[in-house]
Design a protein around this ligand. Structure first.
Ligand code: UDX
Length: 437
């Protein structure tokens, strides 16, 4: 099928290439000419494992092209809207400017039977409003909502073989038409028995924010337990193992540490709170404010632990910060706890040297005042303290004896509870975990 993807960021670029992999012909549209120029030669403008490979193979089929010209969507039957919905400055609400602009830009190019499919994460009620706009355009096109659940770092796999598919469609014949088109697009996933939920607009929009709210709550729950562990001498990692064996709970997303970040969880729980308040149901999700507060406190805890391990002041101390991206296998530093910790320590007068396998460039663009190094030895040499904040495998598997030979003081703050505490202690380190004795 001929399809278009409007917005070629983390979501859209992966979606465009993945749709070619599923057999379709795709045009990706973005207003950012630099991004389009890179994608057009098969180079993703961000780090995502597996994406360069599928982009290259998709380009080679001749069924993938990129353009800044929205008129290029002509001939496509389905138009995915995959633009960003960032947090509005000075507010918790989502900024829908880009979604609204994408739909408006599409209108002159829509024909009868075309389907506009929202993939962006939006406040509940947006799809109904946009469906009204598409309907009123008199083009004969309709709208559906098909939320995306991909994780950065696993985006290619999550798009080609998702855990589930959700379609939010209108009632009656337009909804049946939308479902048929989406079924054709996702035929390969459906043949592999991917669970499918076909529902109304509001439910589809809410599935996405509810899923992210649940995941964020799970992380903040274990981080709250870490706070209790810290005053009782308990070990939150063993606690997580033990409760995680209950398969109603499960061990995943019980990783206590400096908490969640990225372009989704923090802004999605805030936007959900703002939307619920607009709907007069603020109290229903008031706990998400607590989830957010717990999350932000954990960054501060890592900073406090570092300062106290340094004897009460970080001033002039060399602190080696391992990690900048919000999680491993990503170069994304949006709302990254790791970058935040590095910046705060710098603000306290520490000589921070930060390293990350992929996150340096994006960090430097936001915080040029920090010192960055691509060299792990240089980062560690002469350090008064080592702070792990993103659990990249290359950091997790560090040999404490090798690190010990480089640093000045064997003080380690494990902000992701990823090091083997016993092994580091055995190598002569003073080890501090979050929520661990
Ligand atoms: C998330 C959702 O998982 C995905 O379904 C949705 O589409 C977008 O938002 P993503 O932001 O890519 O995906 O990352 P995810 O793997 O969910 O991690 C989010 C954050 O939580 C990271 O900062 C990670 O370090 C943190 N985290 C995760 C923890 O602190 N502890 C855990 O146990 C798990």
């Amino acid at each position: 099928m001929k399809i278009s993807v409007i917005g070629c960021g983390y979501l859209g670029a992966v979606h465009a290439a993945a749709m070619v992999e599923l057999g379709h012909e795709v045009v990706g549209i973005d207003v950012d000419a630099k991004k389009i120029a890179q994608l057009a030669v098969g180079l993703p403008p961000f780090f995502e494992p597996g994406l360069p490979e599928i982009l290259t193979s998709a380009m080679a089929t001749g069924r993938l092209r990129f353009s800044t010209d929205i008129a290029e969507v002509a001939g496509s039957r389905v138009h995915f809207v995959a633009v960003g919905t960032p947090q509005k400055p000075g507010s918790y609400a989502a900024d829908l400017t880009y979604v609204d602009a994408a739909v408006q830009a599409l209108l002159p190019h829509l024909g009868a039977g075309d389907l506009v499919v929202g993939k962006s994460t939006v406040p509940v009620g947006t799809a109904t409003r946009l469906a009204g706009i598409v309907e009123a355009s008199g083009t004969g096109a309709t709208l559906a909502w098909n939320p995306e659940f991909l994780r950065e770092g696993f985006a290619v796999k999550d798009t080609i073989s998702p855990d589930r598919l959700v379609y939010g469609v209108a009632a009656g014949e337009p909804g049946e038409h939308a479902t048929a088109l989406l079924n054709e697009i996702y035929a390969a996933a459906l043949a592999a028995e991917t669970p499918l939920v076909v529902t109304d607009f509001a439910t589809a929009e809410l599935v996405k924010v509810a899923a992210n709210a649940f995941l964020a709550t799970k992380i903040s729950f274990i981080n709250a337990m870490a706070e209790i562990a810290e005053v009782t001498g308990a070990d939150v990692t063993q606690l997580a193992d033990a409760i995680g064996y209950d398969n109603r709970i499960g061990r995943r997303f019980l990783g206590a540490g400096v908490g969640f970040g990225g372009g989704c969880l923090p802004k999605d729980i805030r936007a959900f709170t703002a939307r619920a308040e607009e709907l007069g149901r603020g109290e229903s999700v008031a706990f998400l404010k607590e989830v957010d507060s717990i999350n932000l406190r954990r960054r501060q805890r890592a900073i406090d632990l570092t300062v106290s391990a340094l004897g009460g002041s970080a001033y002039n101390a060399k602190v080696a910060v391992l990690g900048l991206s919000f999680k491993p296998h990503s170069d994304d530093v949006r709302d990254s706890p790791a970058l935040d910790v590095a910046v705060q320590l710098h603000g306290l007068g520490a000589n921070v040297v930060a390293t990350d396998p992929q996150g340096i460039e994006n960090s430097r663009a936001r915080h040029p005042q920090l010192t960055y190094s691509t060299d792990l030895e240089e980062t560690l040499r002469g350090a008064d303290a080592v702070v792990l904040v993103t659990e990249w495998p290359e950091f997790r598997h560090l040999d404490p004896a090798w690190v010990g030979a480089l640093v000045k003081n064997k003080i380690v703050i494990d902000g992701r509870n990823s090091f083997d505490a016993a092994a580091w202690r055995a190598a002569g380190w003073t080890y501090h975990g979050l929520g661990r004795p």
